[in-house]
Design a protein around this ligand. Structure first.
Ligand code: NAD
Ligand code: DAU
Length: 339
């Protein structure tokens, strides 16, 4: 099979490229990515050695380019990871989130429809469900939880999901959607909480914690997200949404303290800063559907995934130092300078 992976030079997309190359030697992988600030060819360095892998630079919202590519390549499966993915950036400047996350998705859907792909898979997020109260730990997001978004990022992702489902109902396009909780692991861009903590703590820099640090996220090691998507694109039922998560809820403060302890760094590095606007309180996934229907099980818990992740950052200093020493410095100053 020939699989198009969009956004494969980013964090989860690249991990998925490696997962597919390792587990499905028979398949061909084409990565389409326009290399925004979050895309990094260094991340795909080892994939370039594999004859089953190819990279194409381009924008998923560029209709002419996308249609030409689909006509030429005749993809069997499309897995759409490409997106603007950072909530804080969406609060500063929502427009690119509409262009990439919504119009990019509809462009891919139109091409998938025209060129008859056998499966279009949309990589979505638990953030489309909004948030849960902190004091109701009995509540979880199921696939039936209503869409109720908070940020420009999650609103654009939700809009894309609705288009994907509409293309199934209206045109019979064979689609699936996955909605995953927070990922962490190798190649995670250091603007996001866990790699930000690791990289700053290693440099003995302060760790900015929004608000009181009580907000809860449900953390999943990235390889477990990849194995879930792999199962969905091969065995999942067309037209269905699958939630992905492994019951690893932690407050942000717990996450920061766990990592500081593992690195032998003092808690005095923690600095409380002004809260994120519209900050979602708690995410928590009920993964019953994917577990029972597809037999998915995560390999890692938070306690086993964090040491592996820390080791990866210790052994790949050059990868993240190249990022934080570049344009990222201006980003950090802009977002945190007066916070
Ligand atoms: P990321 O920001 O690390 O990577 C995004 C990639 O998409 C980058 O390589 C970027 O260059 C590429 N891209 C952006 N705009 C593009 C465009 N117009 N055309 C082509 N490529 C473009 O993101 P990530 O954290 O790897 O997330 C991947 C997907 O998974 C996103 O759709 C995100 O919404 C979803 N998701 C992320 C998480 C998480 O915790 N990170 C959890 C659930 C779902
Ligand atoms: O739930 C899935 C989502 O997880 C994905 O859809 C998004 O693409 C991904 O970015 C992530 O969104 P979050 O907003 O939850 O992740 P982030 O790493 O930005 O923040 C995690 C928590 O940590 C959140 O409560 C905000 C807080 N935070 C974050 C940063 C960057 C801080 O306290 N300080 C920080 O400096």
């Amino acid at each position: 099979m020939k699989i198009l992976v969009t956004g494969g030079a980013g964090f989860i997309g690249a991990n998925f490229v490696y997962y597919e190359l390792e587990h499905h030697h028979e398949d061909e992988i084409v990565c389409l990515d326009n290399l925004t600030y979050a895309g990094n060819l260094e991340t795909l360095k080892e994939a370039f050695d594999n004859p089953k892998f190819r990279f194409v630079k381009g924008d998923i919202a560029d209709r002419e380019f996308v249609f030409d590519l689909f006509e030429k390549e005749k993809f069997d499966i499309v897995v759409n990871f490409a997106a603007e993915s950072h909530v804080d950036r969406s609060i500063e400047d929502p427009e690119i989130f509409v262009k990439t996350n919504v119009m990019g998705t509809t462009t891919l859907l139109d091409a998938a429809k025209k060129y008859g792909v056998k499966r279009y898979h949309q990589v979505s997020t638990d953030e489309v469900y909004g948030d849960l109260p902190l004091d109701r730990t009995d509540l979880f997001f199921t696939e039936e939880t209503p869409i109720h978004t908070s940020s420009p990022y999650s609103s654009a992702k939700a809009a894309a999901d609705l288009f994907v489902l509409a293309y199934h109902r209206t045109y019979g396009l064979p689609v699936t959607i996955s909605r995953c909780s927070n990922n962490y692991g190798p190649y995670h861009f250091p603007e996001k909480l866990i790699p930000l903590i690791i990289s700053r703590a290693l440099n003995d820099e302060t760790i900015p914690v929004y608000g009181t640090g009580e907000n809860v996220r449900d953390w999943l090691y990235v390889e477990d997200h990849c194995s879930a998507i792999d199962l969905i694109i091969r065995n999942g039922r067309v037209g269905e949404v699958y939630n992905i998560g492994g019951h690893n809820e932690r407050t942000n403060l717990e996450v920061v303290k766990t990592i500081l302890r593992a690195l032998g760094k003092p808690e005095t590095l923690i600095t409380f800063v002004t809260d994120r606007k519209g900050h979602d309180l708690r995410y928590a996934i009920d993964p019953t559907k994917i577990e029972t229907e597809l037999g998915w099980k995560p390999k890692y818990t938070f306690d086993t995934g964090i040491p592996v992740t820390i080791d990866w950052y210790l052994n790949h200093r050059e990868w993240w130092e190249n990022i934080i020493n570049g344009e990222y410095q201006n980003y950090y100053e802009k977002m945190y300078g007066n916070r």
